[in-house]
Design a protein around this ligand. Structure first.
Ligand SMILES: [Cu+2]
Length: 460
């Protein structure tokens, strides 16, 4: 099937053309998201050539409600192709936004309608899965908040979208990657931002309870984070409520957050007006620095973290380990050279990485089989082995999984979609294959993904 036939053969896609601009209001379940170029003051000078859904701002936070239908129309006004992925949402495969695997790329002046009902509440995010390196590096990474139906008892909420940008002194983009970086830990940005700001400060009522949603949407960086001057605890991890006490990170033992990961904190604001709680990052060769500050305003409203009830669990099925079949995956170098195909979705021009010794041959492939075929409704253990010295945040689309054990450390029992693998680490994860389709399975260091560390798992 040709790309255009695929797109316009679908009544849903065709009918939305000419719908016009719907508002981007928070909570609006039907929105048109217009992919466009943008300019923004990341440093003192205006940075042009950014990619956003708004001409002069970071991509908006998209809000939805657990169990309520959303309809997001992505309209592409750029000459490059695109496709939008909703990271962490367990939705139907054809809405997952992976080019060629679940839909054809969206061309210039074309739209695609994403319709789904998020089954889980929590903190999620969105980014393109076609021209991934280019569009993400230029800023197209946004946060998605799926609210619980019940009031979770907070006075306020703060979303922090962590991103580095690679800029020269004049604020112009440097190349998004280097071959050297792609073959190792990735190519790091040099301008660290929270919500596209170098020194983000947000006001919240003194003594109030704030839900702090921290999202790593970077293409490369594994952030090392902790909170200062704040009484806080971790209440959710990668969208899903934690059911145990997770120890709070400290300056000495910071939280390691790989690209794609999210952590929700319940945070109590300081009592004194003007005092700030800070989300602090540690960067190589630098002292700790505040990524974002939450500044107390007014008289303390004297809330107490113990007033918060635990969040309700999401309805993700728990695997039956007694019945689970084992599949093994090895993440490492590729034995072959060569370059992945370009298709319409961009290639970095190298194959450095592989899963089970096979590098992903590029997005526009035909006849590439799945890494594993899982039977719908059955439980599985996936043994993930990192045989490289580099860290890899491994992401599985469409399914939630539970990390079981590691050869290097104790893993808390979380429900997640992305697991950060350390050097030479072997991690067993378990899942129920309860969502049919072809689900992308890849490293979220985009340079690794685009140079081979990608594949897919089929649920039939
Ligand atoms: Cu990787």
């Amino acid at each position: 099937m040709k790309r255009r036939e695929f797109l316009f053969g679908s009544g849903a896609a065709a009918s939305v053309m000419g719908l016009g601009g719907l508002s981007l209001a928070a909570g609006d379940p039907a929105q048109e998201l217009v992919l466009q170029s943008a300019s923004y003051r990341l440093l003192d000078q205006l940075t042009t050539g950014m990619v956003s859904l708004s001409p002069d701002a970071p991509p908006p936070v998209l809000y939805g409600q657990q169990g309520e239908a959303m309809r997001l129309t992505v309209r592409n006004t750029l000459p490059d192709y695109t496709a939008m992925h909703w990271h962490g949402l367990r939705i139907p495969n054809e809405m997952d936004g992976v080019p060629y695997l679940t839909q054809m790329p969206i061309g210039e002046d074309e739209s695609f309608v994403y319709e789904f009902t998020p089954p889980d509440a929590g903190t999620y995010w969105y980014h393109p899965h076609c021209m991934t390196m280019d569009q993400m590096a230029h800023g197209l990474t946004g946060v998605m908040v799926i609210a619980e139906p019940e009031d979770s008892g907070f006075d306020g909420e703060q979303v922090i979208n962590l991103r580095d940008f690679r800029l020269d002194e004049d604020g112009a983009f440097l190349p998004a990657y280097t071959a050297r970086g792609a073959a190792r830990a990735g190519t790091f940005g040099n301008v660290q931002t929270a919500n596209w700001q170098s020194e983000a400060i947000y006001d919240h009522a003194a003594g109030s309870l704030v839900r702090l949603r921290v999202v790593n949407t970077d293409t490369t960086r594994i952030y090392k984070l902790h909170l200062e001057e704040a009484e806080a605890r971790i209440i959710a991890w990668d969208g899903h409520p934690v059911e145990i006490d997770v120890s709070m990170p400290t300056a000495a033992e910071p939280l390691l957050m790989g690209p794609g990961q999210r952590v929700d904190f319940a945070l109590r604001m300081p009592d004194d007006e003007g005092q700030s709680a800070a989300l602090v990052g540690k960067f190589p060769g630098q002292k700790h620095r505040a990524m974002a500050q939450l500044r107390a305003t007014g008289q303390s409203i004297a809330r107490d973290l113990r007033e918060l009830r635990p969040l309700n669990s999401n309805p993700a099925a728990r695997p039956d380990l007694n019945q689970a079949e084992l599949h093994e995956f090895v993440f490492g170098w590729t034995p072959e050279g060569g370059a992945p195909n370009d298709g319409f979705c961009g290639s970095l021009g190298y194959s450095f990485w592989s899963i089970n010794r096979t590098p992903w041959p590029g997005d526009a492939v035909q006849g590439t089989g799945p890494l594993a075929v899982l039977e719908r409704g059955k439980s599985y253990v996936l043994r993930l082995r990192n045989e490289s010295p580099n860290l890899h945040p491994i992401h599985l689309h469409g399914l939630a999984f539970v990390p079981l054990k590691s050869n290097l450390r104790k893993l808390p029992p979380l429900v997640t979609d992305t697991v950060l693998m350390l050097k030479d680490e072997i991690i067993d994860i378990a899942l129920v294959a309860d969502n049919p389709g072809d689900w992308a399975f890849h490293c979220h260091v985009i340079e690794h993904q685009k140079t081979g560390l990608a594949g897919f798992i089929r649920v039939v």
